[in-house]
Design a protein around this ligand. Sequence first.
Ligand SMILES: [Zn+2]
Length: 115
Amino acid sequence: MVKTFQDYLSSDCHRTYSCVHCRAHLAGHAALISKSFQGSQGRAYLFNDVVNVSSGTPEERVLLTGVHDVSDIKCKCCKTTLGWKYERAYDTSQKYKEGKFIIELIHMIKDNGWS
Ligand SMILES: [Zn+2]
């Protein structure tokens, strides 16, 4: 029996980021917004859209850039916590991050077509 548990990014999206632990696709390069974020364990990337993740219960957190409602996101395949999702930003200058996803660099690898 074939078990399908993973979403795949479209084949025209050659450059993808995958979960370093189980190789599930996480995001395409086109969804990358910024590489200049800081996670709890180092550098982190901001993505417009991700696949194969589930988000937890939102909670209020004080981050470097102010108070945000964020929820942890986990890889659906291996259950590793990868980063977080910005549910709500209180500072107007941070509103662009609402609904966006942070994935820490240590949990990602680059797949396919990267030169
Ligand atoms: Zn995974």
